[in-house]
Design a binder for this molecule. Structure first.
Ligand code: ATP
Length: 345
């Protein structure tokens, strides 16, 4: 059984009141102020899989998560979670799912422990004190369990949110931007907990706009862009398929100044060649699988390749190549991104 199945799911947020919509439909006018947050999304996440859901701000990640949990209803399409219809059987879905929602905030006057007890009772779980303590321990806030959460730091609040998601050993963990507010050590702990959950067979679906954060733990990632799923695969396969450039630095013996650089640039997938006469080397910017063709071309021109090293496209380049956005959400045109890659190369 698949843990999550989305079939042709679209969510349109409709703006304007009922009267204005009626008038528009009578006039046959287009409603340009509607927002299509998710468009025709079909995706299957298998049981036990750790799936990273990526995309820049506004790509539709939270809307998708909210539809899994029936907090938002799709305009079109069907959703099944853990074998249940997400809409008609949402109570069953929520009872078996641990959720860390985006922008979670604590109840200032309740202690950490009371938060976890509340999460357990709202799932109708009968967790005893030892089980609650164990969850608080796992996320590293056992020492602060009896303090009011209003005094918690941002990182502690995020850990508390994770404890609330983990209580009762859910079959599915849905984490919306789980590392926000965490320092690097906290983000690593979060990844370790995700890995532990995966070991126990829990399906983990988590969203992030930072590929690096999901790379270490995810079996597969899906990348959203403007409401559409633009890629689904393992990070390694995405890297192979992407047109983000790798950089190849080749050292040669022989007269490098005699190189016919145009012939190298003309190879499929090669974007630029820079020759360094003084160092008897050249640097080639190309897609990953063009590297061997470059080496063959150099040798066919009579140059002896003595050494070479490659730098794969960085995760940031990769994300950019699929989304057209930097990981910080800045919009980048293809020209700018090409410049960025030159600069980094
Ligand atoms: N309740 C709503 N009413 C109207 N528009 C909405 C609503 N919720 C989301 N949207 C719009 O839907 C689009 C997708 O938003 P969503 O929050 O799903 O993106 P996201 O990928 O989670 O972004 P972020 O990384 O910033 O959280 C955005 O254009 C957003 O403004």
């Amino acid at each position: 059984m698949a843990a999550i199945e989305l079939d042709g799911v679209t969510k349109r947020f409709e703006e304007g009141g009922r009267l204005s919509r009626l008038l528009d439909s009578v006039r046959n006018a287009e409603r340009s102020d509607d927002v299509t947050a998710v468009r025709n999304l079909s995706l299957t996440v298998e049981e036990g899989e750790v799936f990273g859901f990526l995309g820049p701000n506004g790509a539709g990640k939270s809307t998708t998560i909210n539809m899994l949990l029936d907090f938002v209803r799709p305009t079109e399409g069907a959703i099944r979670v853990l074998g249940f219809d997400a809409r008609a059987e949402s109570v069953d879905v929520r009872a078996r799912t641990g959720v860390l929602p985006e922008g979670f905030d604590v109840y200032d006057r309740l202690t950490g422990r009371q938060h976890v007890e509340f999460a357990a009772s709202s799932k109708r779980l009968d967790e005893n004190e030892a089980e609650i303590d164990a969850v608080l321990e796992r996320v590293g806030i056992a020492d602060a369990a009896d303090r009011k959460a209003g005094g918690y730091s941002k990182g502690m609040r995020q850990r508390l949110a994770l404890a609330m998601a983990l209580v009762g050993d859910p079959d599915l963990l849905v984490l919306d931007e789980p590392s926000s507010g965490l320092d690097p050590a906290g983000a690593k702990e979060m990844r370790d907990i995700v890995a532990e959950e995966a070991e126990r067979g829990t399906t983990v679906f988590f969203s992030s706009h930072i590929l690096e954060q999901v790379d270490a733990v995810c079996d597969r990632v899906g990348i959203m862009r403007e409401g559409e799923l633009v890629a689904v695969d393992s990070v390694d396969s995405l890297r192979e398929k992407s047109d983000a450039d790798a950089t190849l630095r080749v050292e040669v013996s022989g007269d490098v100044s005699a190189l016919n650089a145009e012939a190298v640039t003309a190879l499929d997938g090669v974007h630029s060649v820079t020759v360094d006469d003084a160092a008897d080397s050249l640097t080639v910017s190309c897609v990953g699988d063009a590297k061997m063709a470059v080496i063959d071309e150099l040798e066919s021109q009579g140059l002896d390749v003595t050494d070479f090293e490659t730098r794969e496209a960085s995760l940031e380049d990769l994300f950019l190549s699929y989304t057209g956005h930097g990981v910080d959400g800045t919009d980048e045109t293809s020209d700018e991104s090409a410049d960025g890659q030159e600069a980094r190369a």
